[in-house]
Design a protein around this ligand. Structure first.
Ligand code: HSE
Length: 347
């Protein structure tokens, strides 16, 4: 029976969610997935770090309070985040990287991924920064070191998009996609339809935990822009940078615009899209669009995300589901681990 040793890099909601899944489901995974997971290290800039080659108690980790340096209370733990030690020297087969997204340079997460990959350690991540800004380099690094770099959760959390396209749609001829890729902005537009003001709707999205601490990236399209870069590069084999994607958000949409759309059987949606042009180039954008209510994305309401692939052989293929949430995003990490087990599985 395979037992994977994992180091958790960042211990906010997502990796705490993964630890919870491990605590609750490891025994079942042995039977259903053919492997189990042992946590051999955790590091977090706020909480500190710990390495335990014989394994940590996942349930105990999940219960740790969110207090500065709290890992010093565990035997062998420390209040300092010894990131490189945990990543390179905990004996891990893989790291789950779930630190904050830095949209400017992807750091420090990109460095964490590099350390692991060049040490021959697989990386699973939910972090948009390293993938959108340094994806090609990290994929190449992984290939050269014979390990995996997997990032399903970076686009729609646990709702499959990347692997769906990779595994179920090769040969179908993906010509482009349109997506609702930010839960907060879609929630805000939905609540404005119910009569809420923009500011009240944003405040509700924050209370419900959908919005980033600074919701600017959610409502101005910057979060979607990172996801469009990831998807365009993955699905259309593009080589887009963030600056290649024209970007505007939803903050200029007024209650009157919303009411007028409803009267015309249409809905405003923040759409991230990319398509292959006749000259072979890929054009991508993020913008608010007025969709007729017959459009496959018009009925996607609340914090739900969706992406509609435009394909040569099937026409539009649309997948929708949660795009955020701690357990939902932790599941994306599990799906990456399952993919690694399938392709690189230990005998
Ligand atoms: N703030 C993001 C959203 C979370 O609202 O969709 C996932 O990237």
């Amino acid at each position: 029976m395979t037992e994977y040793k994992i180091a958790l890099v960042g211990f906010g909601g997502v990796n705490r969610g993964l630890a919870q899944l491990i605590a609750e489901r490891n025994a079942e995974w042995k039977a259903s997935l053919g492997f189990s997971i042992k946590i051999v290290g955790v590091t977090d800039l706020f909480l500190g770090s710990i390495v335990a080659k014989d394994g940590l108690d996942a349930k105990q980790l999940v219960a740790m309070p969110v207090e500065k340096g709290v890992f010093a209370q565990l035997p062998g733990g420390t209040a300092e985040a010894f990131n490189e030690t945990v990543i390179r020297h905990s004996g891990a087969d893989m790291i789950a990287e779930a630190t904050f997204t830095n949209p400017v340079d992807g750091e420090p997460a990109t460095t964490f991924c590099r350390w692991a990959l060049e040490s021959g350690i697989h990386v699973v991540t939910t972090n948009k920064g390293p993938v959108a800004l340094h994806g090609a380099e990290l994929k190449d690094l992984a290939r050269r070191h014979g390990v995996a770099f997997e990032y399903e959760g970076s686009v729609m959390s646990g709702t499959p998009v990347i692997r769906l396209a990779r595994q179920a749609l090769p040969g179908v001829g993906i010509q482009g996609f349109e997506g609702i890729l930010n839960g907060t902005s879609n929630y805000v537009l939905t609540r404005m339809k119910d009569g809420l003001s923009f500011n009240d709707a944003v405040a509700q999205a924050q209370q419900l935990g959908y919005a980033e601490a600074d919701p600017t990236a959610d409502v101005e399209g910057f979060d979607v822009r990172l996801k469009v870069v990831i998807l365009a590069n993955e699905l259309l084999n593009a080589r887009l940078n963030v600056s290649d994607v024209a970007c505007s958000g939803i903050s200029s949409i007024s209650p009157e615009d919303i009411a007028q759309a409803s009267a015309n059987d249409a809905s405003w949606k923040l759409i991230g899209s990319a398509s292959r042009e006749v000259d072979g180039s890929v054009r991508a954008s993020v913008e608010a669009r007025l969709l007729p209510n017959s459009h496959p994305l018009a009925g996607i309401s609340g914090a739900t995300n969706a992406v509609s692939f435009n394909t040569a052989l099937l026409g539009n293929v649309t997948v929708s589901g949660p795009g955020a949430g701690r357990i939902e995003t932790a599941f994306a990490l599990l799906s990456d681990i399952i993919a690694i087990h399938t392709t690189h599985g230990k005998q």
